[in-house]
Design a protein around this ligand. Structure first.
Ligand SMILES: NC(=O)c1ccc[n+]([C@@H]2O[C@H](COP(=O)([O-])OP(=O)(O)OC[C@H]3O[C@@H](n4cnc5c(N)ncnc54)[C@H](O)[C@@H]3O)[C@@H](O)[C@H]2O)c1
Length: 663
């Protein structure tokens, strides 16, 4: 691919992952470390990670071999840095050590190279000061592990040239990472700063004996989180939490020093998983969490209020825009939505009173409402009307599709023969959240405009099509939930109106919103044992992405009432018998079978005729018969003038396959 050369200094936890990410995405990479043992270990870690990706079908063996062959491992700084357009420093978090690396880099790297630091905390201006070219020095803060986490915070020092920021942001896009721009060098940048307020809160909860870790974690899991905050802290190391509070106490406010439990535990060597004991016992390899009732002493609103507060402070201080804060939290903390989204659904008064309550209860000024919230201007802040005056953003190029693990909630693959494949790839059985809807919507727009695509296969990653809408998202009110319903219905309507043949592959589960997506396609192929159904009524809901309207049109009111009102699941074979499914796949891979079928249809069905037939079918049932017949006659008239009609007839008479041009 020849993307240019990147050098990574420091082959530890972060460095080896950053180097691998660049190599996988076509860059020539030199990974440099002072210690030969570190280089050997890094080579092994990269090779193992690539092998895992091959095993999981994320890349071919050839692609993995090519990525590894693009990597060099070296102990020499000068030859490593020579010719690199970007150098990323990832040595341990010591200001003196990093400065010495930057001093050396300054003397050996090419003059126009961007010199980036992966520091979590050290001021970029201070590192840049160690060089004779502060204009070329930036912060490039990857998240751990770099191969998985999508976020990079890009930070300028006081003298950094916008062109260096631009180059760094572009490099992020080329490796499939979303760059958020930190406009001002400030402790913790965006994500670690917001996280620090949470960390302090969870430390103070224990200090003050408000609830036990097990009670809090049981509550958090009940809210749909995969891990409670204390289990997570045990997992990453209580020392990391304690160090973070100590750092912020020095760099931002002594109030962060108020939390004591984490520091005490760290001092006692009770670090969590890595020492076998933290808040929980880990001797079995997993946290042994006692079975307790969830606490009622805190609510998810406490966390939302604290994160909104910290976000508003970042906006007031000119550190980042609301959009970048939202992106940062979603991608850096693995959340379905961030504090800006939540803030837009809450009133200033609600957030303010919650913060006042927390500040008093914990005697902590960090939790007190920020200036804008105290003045009733939260909305101005989160809706961008307090846009920071300091610093300007460079334009971010689009993030390239990447070929690494964790790639996007919905993937689009273009296959030969005019076929595209749309793959939902999400945790929890490919459930659909707001992000999936947005991506599906964008894909529909892209494919609609692409004349070369004639048939589209909708499927799910792995053995499951889609188990429905992801209801673990945050909805602050009925209006917010109604918006989500409308958004889904709109997107599925656009799928149904796409001027291409669409095929859904029903396998594993096709439930609720997933089934509604399938109903919006023209053809449904299914495995014999897929479970199909509408569980909505058992959860107190109704199908709200057009299922209650489409299903009776498709099957008649009797079958539709039965399926929706009883929530009874049917298997693929039964669905085929009642006409819900058009083809059964009895052997082999259902995706392969659907793609083969799509490829056949893409060559036999005239594209313009498909487009008009779909309009007739979609609109026909909504207009009086006479109007429908007029539409039909007009469509036939339009088709009469197409090259494809001539080609279709001539191929039929000549007993050959037609070659339609879509004209
Ligand atoms: N680990 C994380 O979760 C994480 C996340 C984001 C950012 N960071 C930041 O990334 C940086 C690296 O962290 P890490 O966890 O990868 O550390 P690490 O200790 O795992 O790796 C550091 C590597 O640097 C090498 N090294 C030390 N001195 C060197 C020198 N003079 N020249 C070349 N190599 C040298 C070491 O041999 C080691 O292999 C730190 O600034 C850290 O704050 C870490």
């Amino acid at each position: 691919m020849g993307e240019g050369k990147v050098t990574v200094i420091g082959a530890g936890d972060m460095g080896h992952g950053i180097a691998e990410l660049f190599a996988v995405n076509g860059f020539e990479v030199t990974l440099m470390d002072k210690f030969p043992g570190a280089l050997e270990k890094a080579r092994g870690r990269v090779a193992a990670s690539l092998a895992r990706m091959v095993e999981r079908g994320k890349m071919t063996k050839e692609q993995a071999d090519a990525a590894l062959s693009r990597m060099k491992f070296s102990g020499d700084m000068a030859s490593s840095a020579a010719g690199a357009m970007l150098v990323v420093e990832a040595v341990p978090e010591s200001e003196e050590l990093k400065k010495s690396v930057f001093r050396e880099l300054d003397s050996v790297a090419s003059p126009d190279a961007v010199l980036a630091s992966n520091t979590s905390n050290i001021r970029i201006t201070d590192l840049a000061g160690a060089t004779s070219r502060p204009g070329r020095v930036v912060g490039m803060h990857f998240f751990n592990p770099p191969m998985v986490m999508k976020l990079v915070e890009v930070i300028p020092g006081e003298k950094t040239d916008p062109s260096a920021v631009q180059k760094t942001v572009e490099a992020c896009g080329k490796v499939g990472r979303t760059a958020v721009q930190v406009l001002k060098d400030s402790p913790g940048f965006i994500v670690n700063r917001i996280n620090a307020a949470d960390t302090l809160f969870f430390c103070l909860l224990l200090d003050k004996g408000v609830a036990t870790p097990a009670e809090v974690d049981t509550y958090a899991r009940g809210q749909g989180l995969p891990m409670g905050p204390y289990e997570l802290l045990d997992f990453v190391g209580i020392d990391i939490g304690a160090d973070s509070l100590a750092y912020f106490a020095g760099a931002l406010s002594p109030e962060y020093g108020k939390g004591v439990t984490f520091a005490k535990m760290a001092k006692a060597g009770q670090l969590g998983k890595k020492t076998g004991k933290g808040f929980y016992d880990w001797s079995s390899g997993r946290a042994d969490i006692p079975k307790v009732e969830p606490t009622d002493k805190l609510s998810i609103m406490d966390i939302f209020a604290l994160e909104i507060n910290e976000s508003v402070k970042l906006i007031e201080e000119g550190v980042a825009t609301p959009e970048d804060i939202e992106k940062g939290v979603v991608l850096g903390m693995n959340r379905p939505f961030g504090p800006i989204t939540v803030a837009k659904d809450l009133s200033n008064a609600e957030v303010k009173s919650k913060l006042e309550e927390l500040a008093t209860k914990f005697d902590c000024k960090i939790f007190a409402p920020s200036k804008s919230i105290a003045e009733g201007r939260m909305r101005d802040a989160v809706e961008g009307r307090l846009q920071p005056k300091s610093g300007t953003k460079v334009a971010a190029p689009p993030v390239q599709e990447e070929h690494t693990e964790g790639s996007g909630a919905v993937r689009l693959e273009r296959l030969p023969g005019g076929v595209a494949k749309v793959i939902i790839n999400r945790p929890k059985l490919n459930t659909i959240n707001g992000q999936v809807l947005e991506r599906l919507d964008a894909i529909v727009t892209e494919l609609t405009a692409d004349q070369s695509v004639r048939a589209v296969v909708f499927t799910g990653e792995g053995a499951v099509f889609c188990a429905g809408a992801d209801l673990s998202q945050f909805f602050s009110s009925s209006v917010a939930f109604m918006d989500f319903a409308k958004k889904g219905a709109r997107t599925l309507r656009r799928v149904s109106e796409m001027p291409k043949l669409t095929i859904a592959v029903l396998k594993g589960y096709a439930l609720g919103g997933g089934l509604e997506l399938a109903l919006s396609c023209d053809v449904r192929v299914a495995t014999e044992d897929v479970e199909i159904g509408f569980p909505e009524l058992t959860r107190g809901l109704v199908p709200a992405w057009s299922g209650s309207q489409r299903l009776p049109k498709l099957l008649g009111i009797s079958q539709a009432s039965f399926l929706i009102l009883t929530s009874e699941r049917v298997k693929g074979r039964r669905a085929y018998e009642i006409g819900l499914v058009n083809r059964l796949v009895t052997t082999g891979d259902p995706d392969e079978s659907a793609v083969k079928y799509a490829t056949e249809l893409a060559s036999t069905q005239a594209p313009v005729a498909v487009m008009l037939a779909k309009t007739l079918l979609n609109k026909g049932s909504e207009v009086p018969m006479d109007d429908g017949l007029d539409m039909e006659a007009m469509a036939a008239g339009l088709l009469f003038a197409t090259d494809d009609l001539r080609e279709g007839i001539s191929a039929f008479l000549g007993k050959r396959r037609p070659e339609f041009k879509g004209k």
